[in-house]
Design a protein around this ligand. Structure first.
Ligand code: SF4
Length: 518
């Protein structure tokens, strides 16, 4: 199955023997080469196969190639950072973080600033979950957590001088809306007291539709939130029972409609393919419902069953999981349907309406990637608050302690709750630029990297370019003397391409657990 829309001069010109499967003709027909049994080499029959997918911007299309996915679908990092978080070390301490903030203070002009706040509480457990969360019905626990977040904000703000206004603020979890309304307001006020938040900042929150009313969404909007991310995963009741997340279409619609009615400018929804009891028919019905509410962005994650890492997954029966083939079929269906509905493929597991800021940023080559995934905000510093949160300041990454006890203990001692981090060397910074360019633009211009980092690209990356040769032969990338371009066929596999530039992965001196690429 493939998903590609392309203007064609004429069907004959497109359907040469070395071409692959289907093409869309100028008249919008999908034409497929079919080799009849017993036909001589190079003899094909042209058939019209199905209605064309209607990408509003064909440059953002993606091609689904089952054979290539089977060949390259190993495990690999998601590259929300480079080096990846498993390379962070405990030798990076709170003192190192303080030094990084001081270097930031001395930099002119100061880097743009973003904030992330991790709110870990959930009132029920979803069996597929791999997040750092605390499941509890005791709402008193969040009050204490917010008090300590206040302490962390005070310490960090005391170390930052003359910061530019915050351009992006995200609350993730866990379930941020586990907090009572007065707690939501208290936390937002603490952030506004500590940081100057730009009037036009992107302020986003993750919402569990099972737990919030339209009134709460209105309240959250009044606090300044203008973007919302809504977890759905799958509307199929069988799947919902298997993952312990019963969520009706109605309560989901209520939240999305309330967000639109109260001035939220962007609605994202999360879906997961590969869940237990999932079927093509069931997920197709879910896609119908999702497309009918027209979210601005859709994240379509693959479920990774790793019960040795995430305990709740032990409650999922392995026999209920779709086979690898069925899982790929569901992904293919979703890509096809989202493309037909006009969604642009942004990268990895993200889709956006062509008029959404993400799709526009991708076309204008201003897209970035950070711990929240793809972003329209300029690459700057990220201050992360709360347990397990990961921040980025200059050429360092820093992660907070993961348990509440450790978090409270450090803050009681007036210390930053740093667990680990990493200071990047020049090679890391260079490779970060390379990987970011591939992940965001599906293209890497040697000249841009050379002028940024003072190297000769083909000399510095001779080994990596050689390692890409099989991917070139398979049509996933095109390499010339100016650039590396990821083809439509290679886009779904961009992680496999980026991995060729990951020196720390190649050195392999640490064991890491990565998710499947597809
Ligand atoms: S998926 Fe979200 S709501 Fe469910 S347990 Fe995980 S963090 Fe909580």
């Amino acid at each position: 199955m493939r998903v590609e829309a392309r203007a064609a001069r004429c069907a004959d010109a497109l359907l040469r023997p070395h071409d692959r499967t289907s093409r869309t003709s100028r008249r919008g027909r999908v034409l497929t080469r079919v080799k009849a049994a017993g036909a001589a080499p190079g003899q094909y029959r042209i058939v019209e196969t199905r209605a064309p997918v209607a990408y509003l911007d064909e440059s953002l299309a993606v091609e689904f190639d089952t054979a290539m996915i089977a060949r390259y679908d190993g495990c690999g990092p998601r590259y929300t950072s480079y080096p990846t978080a498993d390379r962070f070390g405990g030798d990076f301490t709170a003192d190192d973080y303080v030094r990084a903030l001081q270097v930031r203070n001395d930099a002119r002009p100061a880097q743009p600033l973003s904030l992330y706040v991790h709110l870990p509480f959930c009132s029920t457990i979803c069996f597929y979950c791999g997040c750092n969360k605390i499941v509890t019905r005791d709402h008193g626990r969040s009050a204490k957590y917010i008090r300590y977040l206040g302490r962390e904000i005070d310490i960090v703000c005391g170390l930052i001088e003359a910061a530019p206004a915050v351009q992006q603020l995200h609350w993730g979890g866990g379930t941020p809306t586990f907090l009572a309304r007065e707690e939501l307001a208290q936390l937002m006020q603490m952030l506004r007291n500590g940081f100057a938040i730009a009037p036009d900042a992107e302020i986003s929150i993750e919402v569990d539709p099972r737990k919030v009313s339209a009134e709460t969404i209105a309240f959250v909007g009044r606090l300044g939130f203008n973007r919302i991310s809504v977890g759905i995963q799958d509307f199929d009741p069988e799947v919902q029972r298997a993952v312990n997340r019963i969520q009706s279409e109605e309560e989901t619609r209520t939240v999305i409609e309330a967000a639109r009615a109260h001035g939220f400018t962007s609605v994202n929804v999360d879906l997961i393919y590969g869940l237990p009891k999932q079927t093509l028919a069931g997920f197709s019905a879910t896609l119908d419902k999702v497309i009918s509410v027209s979210p601005d962005r859709i994240a379509l994650y693959g479920y990774a069953h790793v019960p040795h890492l995430f305990k709740p997954q032990r409650r999922i029966a392995v026999d209920d999981l779709p086979s690898a083939g069925a899982k790929l079929g569901i992904l293919a269906l979703a890509i096809d349907r989202l493309g037909a509905a006009g969604y642009a493929y942004i990268g990895m597991d993200h889709f956006a309406r062509p008029d959404d800021a993400l799709a526009i940023a991708q076309r204008q080559r201003t897209l970035h990637r950070n711990f929240q995934g793809y972003s329209t905000q300029p690459d700057g510093d990220l201050i992360a608050l709360g347990i397990s949160a990961i921040g980025k300041v200059g050429a360092t990454y820093v992660q907070n302690v993961k348990s509440l006890d450790a978090y409270y203990e450090r803050l009681d001692a007036r210390a930053l709750p740093v667990m680990r981090g990493i200071a990047l060397d020049a090679d890391d910074v260079l490779r970060r630029s390379v990987i970011q360019s591939l992940m965001c633009h599906f293209e890497l211009d040697y000249g841009v990297i050379e002028s940024m980092h003072g190297i000769r690209f083909t000399e510095y990356f001779g080994t990596e370019l050689a390692a890409l040769a099989p991917l070139v032969a398979d049509g996933l990338v095109v390499i010339d003397d100016r650039a590396i371009t990821v083809t439509r066929r290679g886009r779904l596999l961009v992680r496999a391409i980026a991995m060729r530039f990951d020196r720390r992965l190649r050195d392999g001196n640490q064991r890491a657990h990565y998710s499947k690429i597809i």
